[in-house]
Design a protein around this ligand. Sequence first.
Ligand code: GLC
Length: 418
Amino acid sequence: MKMGLAKTKGSSIAMLPSYVPALPDGTERGKYVAIDLSGKNLRIMLLHLDGSDPPRSNTVNYIVANHVMKGTGDQLFTFIVNCLQRFLQEFGLVDANLPIGFVFSYPCELLSIRSARLLWWTKGFDIKDCLQKDVVALLEEALEMNMSTKVNIKAVMNDTVGQLAAAAHKYGPECTIGVVIGYGCNSSYLEKTARITKFDAKARGYDHENMIVVTEWEEFGKNGELDDILTQFDREVDAASVHKGKQLIDKLCGALYIGEVVRKVLSQLVLDRVLFEGQSCEKLDEVESFPTKYISEILGEEEGVFKAARRICEELEVEMHGTADYIILREVCDVISRRGASIVAAAIAALLRHLELSSVKIGVGGALIQFHPTYHQMLKEKLEELTPITMKFELVPADEGSCQGAALIAAVAERLKL
Ligand code: GLC
């Protein structure tokens, strides 16, 4: 992390400047829109900041089609604009020219709070003609081509920045770290601008004391740091991914991948004749036949109850299965989840040491926090083990955080006239 703050190259953790100087302080008022693109989901939210607590919001989810995820930039941004237009029409806001916060949770180099150059795609996207381009400019072009109204993009950010903003709004100024454990896993935190030594604040006209830094810690491992802990199953999942060799932390911890890791382990246990008494299970050889939601369903059952495990074995088309198999299934789901949570805890512990704060709230969100029944507890326990006793921390969840936070950052940008 220290190396990433000092140099633009060399560290596997990029520590990217976000150009966001402050978190919401509760004085923001008005209506704001957020567009949040993450994986297959495009979420659009209208946030009403009128002093009510929690703030009122309306959200609509749209699904990005597979061919769009691997098509052209034009297709993707036209899709986003069409969804936005429908959304604004539904709420009678087509002419309101509302400020928008845009969450784009793929690694980007930010050139200002309104300009983000895409470094590479993750989470199954592969749209070559967008690489190295400014995604805000692409969105604005598509808006101009397709919409009669003008909208006002105030800020572009990584989802972890949104997560942090939402948690800070909910839990107060002690919350200075945001962690997303969703499809991928990443964090951002409030840093002293002077400590981002690679960032020439004067040359960039940035005169704020603080700045949110996006760690992009999911790339830890690209210089071989994780070689000792990668298993044959991890290497197979990596080899089959769109971005081989990249985003290893996502592949060990993220919801997009851990179902696949479990599937590979189970498939090996079938081969070893440990699971299903040696009956074959062809389904387990099919990619994504063990989605991550199975892990949550299995671990969500009380010990000794195997309703979900039984149903899942049926869905996997195993002819005969019984309690011994369900126990193995549960154990594998637990071990893979626990390993992921432990790695995230290690990363948070490193960040806490870097920050040397005596007391901090960590805003956590993402699918695994929201839907995995034991994740929060596992994360907390490991973090307690890894942090010095003098450091007080609290993990505070903010559901739908990234989207709400993006609208809040648009409000901060307006308040500070950025
Ligand atoms: C992936 C992306 C990162 C994002 C994270 C959580 O790791 O590379 O930018 O923040 O997923 O969605």
